[in-house]
Design a protein around this ligand. Structure first.
Ligand SMILES: [Zn+2]
Length: 274
């Protein structure tokens, strides 16, 4: 079944095309460009087109289908999410921290990395929620639906072979959903997930910077984004030491501020109940 917002984006597309065509026709038939109706038609077309472009690129897309990026709640809870793993030795270090703190998190794993570290992937899945983050971590924003489908299915297969579970969540690599990505993920039974706060930790800023960026942006129902791997690379090319060093302090500060921790599906349930 198609998402109801299929109609919303078609209406936006019609407004874009209609507004621009009308403005063009009026101009072509000799009406003054600066007349109010021409400007209004062009303005409506550009605004609707701008909305479509923005919604194509934002990690919090709404127009083309649902992308979950936070729970609407006043409850002090957050979901910690980690992308691009599993990756030795960082994923194992992270599992120890989370175990010590009694926290369940959500990991968006790359199929290629899962095949390299199947046991680590299975260890994550035994304690935490695992989502699909494609097979080779490509930019999918402008990809054909067939390419998107292939990346998602190969990711599902790798994770299923390693862990015995089939992910219900998907996060697009590099953060930019396109309508075709949301649609394919939905057809394959996966919910798209964004985030409410991230730390640009792929640039390897110092751990205190990673910590302050996350704490500054975290709020009730928030979804944090950090990385326990780096694309499809392995150690030592992948270096997530700064992120791992920040995680314990992030958790203790959030706990000190009264926050509890949930997996993404638990946040989704909370959102649906609210
Ligand atoms: Zn990623």
């Amino acid at each position: 079944m198609k998402h109801p917002r299929t109609h919303a984006w078609k209406a936006a597309a019609a407004t874009t095309a209609g507004g621009l065509v009308l403005a063009g026709l009026r101009t072509a038939t000799g009406r003054p460009v600066r007349s109010a109706p021409t400007l209004a038609a062009a303005g409506a077309g550009l605004a609707a087109g701008g909305l479509m472009a923005y919604e194509w690129l934002t990690p919090r897309s709404w127009l083309y289908g649902p992308v979950f990026w936070h729970a609407r709640t006043a409850e002090r809870v957050v979901a910690l999410t980690f992308d691009d793993g599993p990756c030795y030795p960082y994923t194992g270090q992270l599992l120890e921290i989370l175990d010590r703190e009694g926290i369940r998190a959500t990991f968006f794993q790359v199929g290629n990395n899962v095949m390299r570290e199947p046991n680590l992937s299975a260890e994550v899945a035994s304690q935490h929620e695992v989502g699909n983050h494609t097979f080779t971590h490509p930019h999918l924003t402008w990809s054909q639906p067939g390419t998107v489908r292939d990346q998602l299915l190969r990711g599902q297969e790798a994770i299923h072979n390693a862990t015995g579970t089939l992910p219900r969540l998907f996060r697009v690599p590099h953060g930019w959903y396109g309508p075709q990505v949301i649609s394919v993920a939905g057809d394959l039974g996966m919910k798209c997930v964004g985030w409410s706060v991230m730390a640009w930790d792929w640039d390897r800023p110092p751990s205190d910077v990673i910590q302050s960026r996350i704490l500054h942006g975290a709020g009730p129902g928030g979804v944090t984004l950090l990385h326990d791997g780096q694309d499809t690379q392995a150690f030592p090319m992948a270096d997530r030491s700064h992120t791992i060093a920040a995680v314990s302090d992030i958790i203790s500060s959030l706990k000190a501020n009264g926050y509890g921790f949930r997996t993404v599906p638990e946040l989704m349930d909370l959102d649906a109940a609210g």
